[in-house]
Design a protein around this ligand. Structure first.
Ligand code: ZN
Length: 242
């Protein structure tokens, strides 16, 4: 199979003032729209993780790109859903099941500005626009810092709770901070997830584990030429050997 990029986004909004921490994790609505338009012009289809799985397994072929959003920011449904719908793209947003309608409290200790997260109604709106919801645990906790009983609860209960609240089968998982051990991979498998993404960089290649999928970050400073390099070339795969 042709290596597949899975894009990682966080907030789709104007970045806060210069010097604010984690400013890189904001992509402006206009930059996001331009990136999606460019993919469409090049003949690529943006897909949710569940729609992407047949391509990752080699059952389907085509010009496809996975589109993922971490954390479940309200600005995703406000500023990204309409653009995705316009190009008939789907995507997966990984949300924190116990923080729906709250804020990114886990980031506050490092000084990141508070940003609202989608509540249930907004998640339903997201799904109604053709997008997917995945789990990003119950509390956005670093799984490697908690015992296995608690990490099982974070991984399993979030899937059940989101599934019940949204009346859908939650199939996708994303490790908070990209932190996990082989034991967490086993838990994600036993809890019934179909795939999981990490923060390791690179495109997905044939034979990669569905439970440790690499991704391609798109950040505030990603220019359109860089975006094209990430999609069209092996630029991101320089990290695969690391
Ligand atoms: Zn996160």
């Amino acid at each position: 199979m042709r290596p597949i990029p899975i894009l990682t986004y966080h907030q789709i909004a104007q970045a806060p003032e210069l010097g604010a921490p984690m400013r890189s994790l904001y992509v402006s609505p206009s930059a996001f729209a331009l990136q999606m338009h460019t993919l469409s012009l090049l003949g690529y289809q943006g897909l949710s993780m569940t729609a992407l799985m047949p391509y990752i397994r080699g059952e389907k072929t085509g010009k496809v790109v996975g589109i993922t959003f971490d954390d479940g920011y309200l600005n995703n449904v406000e500023n990204a859903a309409g653009v995705l719908k316009k190009f008939n793209f789907s995507s997966t947003c990984y949300v924190v099941s116990e923080l729906l309608g709250k804020t990114n409290a886990w980031d506050h200790s490092v000084g990141v500005a508070s940003a609202p997260l989608m509540d249930i109604l907004q998640l339903q709106q997201w799904i109604a626009s053709g997008q997917e919801i995945g789990s990003h645990t119950q509390h956005h906790i670093d799984l490697t810092t908690i015992d296995s009983h608690t990490s099982h609860a974070e991984i399993f209960n979030s899937r059940i709770s989101l599934g019940q609240k949204l009346n859908t089968n939650i199939q996708q998982f994303c490790y908070p901070y990209g932190r996990y051990t082989p034991e967490h991979v086993d838990t994600v498998i036993s809890c019934g997830y179909v795939a999981a993404t990490t923060t390791a960089r690179g495109k997905v290649h044939a034979g990669d584990s569905a439970y440790e999928l690499r991704r391609v970050p798109v950040v505030r400073s990603t220019s359109l030429p860089q975006f094209l390099l990430k999609i069209l070339t092996s630029y991101e795969d320089r990290y695969r050997s690391a």
